[in-house]
Design a protein around this ligand. Structure first.
Ligand SMILES: [Zn+2]
Ligand SMILES: [Zn+2]
Length: 207
């Protein structure tokens, strides 16, 4: 992430996500459109829907079949701050197969910081090409979905209960934070498990 300022260039996913897959160059250029999450499926093929989401303008809609993400994190890296126009990024990790875009790849825009490209080259940022709502970061096998676009249902209290499943397990790149976050959740200076643990005010903790 250092050069490009986007944490996705430094493999933000658990490393097994990238280990047992075909190298990108062995795949036909358009093959990705026929794989999850872009492969258009019937409801029966996809399975029971747990969550639905959409961008701000509503042109992009997607469904999720996993009730709880594999993990959820707040990323405080500078790249996320700039791209998201927010003090930090909130990402929930799902397998690609857990997600299905209703209209496939149609209407989506891509930005790969690593390749400085708008072509679909993972890892890539995925957004609506009309309203530019950021939907997720896509890796080879996993997606880091931004849960803000999920349409949680019911009263504010009911929605807060649903959000429990998306509660972050840790903060990453906390060294680059804009504000302290005194929530008692583990904080890493860089990638989780591969950097220094920090306290809420950013002081190193003995490991
Ligand atoms: Zn980041
Ligand atoms: Zn949109």
């Amino acid at each position: 992430m250092a050069e490009m300022g986007i944490c996705t260039t430094e493999n933000p996913l658990p490393s097994p996500a990238f280990t047992n897959n075909l190298p990108e160059d062995t795949l036909h250029e358009e093959d990705w459109k026929h794989r999850p999450p872009y492969h258009i499926q019937t409801e029966k093929e996809f399975g029971p829907i747990k969550w639905k989401g959409s961008c701000q303008c509503g042109r992009i809609t997607y469904v999720l079949k996993r009730a709880q993400p594999l993990n959820s994190k707040f990323c405080h890296c500078r790249g996320c701050q700039v791209m998201h126009g927010a003090p930090f990024q909130w990402a929930a990790i799902f397998h690609n197969e857990d997600i299905s875009f209703t209209k496939g790849s149609s209407g989506l825009a891509f930005f790969s910081a690593g390749h400085n490209s708008q072509k679909h080259e993972t890892p890539t940022k995925v957004s609506c090409d009309f309203c530019h709502t950021l939907i997720m970061d896509e890796g080879r096998n996993m997606c880091l979905l931004f849960p803000q676009s999920i349409r949680f249902q019911g009263s504010q209290n009911e929605q807060r209960k649903q959000l429990e499943a998306f509660k972050p397990s840790c903060h990453i790149f906390y060294e680059q934070r804009m504000f302290d976050f005194p929530d008692g959740t583990p904080k890493w200076s860089g990638m989780d498990g591969r950097s220094q643990l920090l306290d809420d005010s950013g002081q190193p903790i003995d490991q």
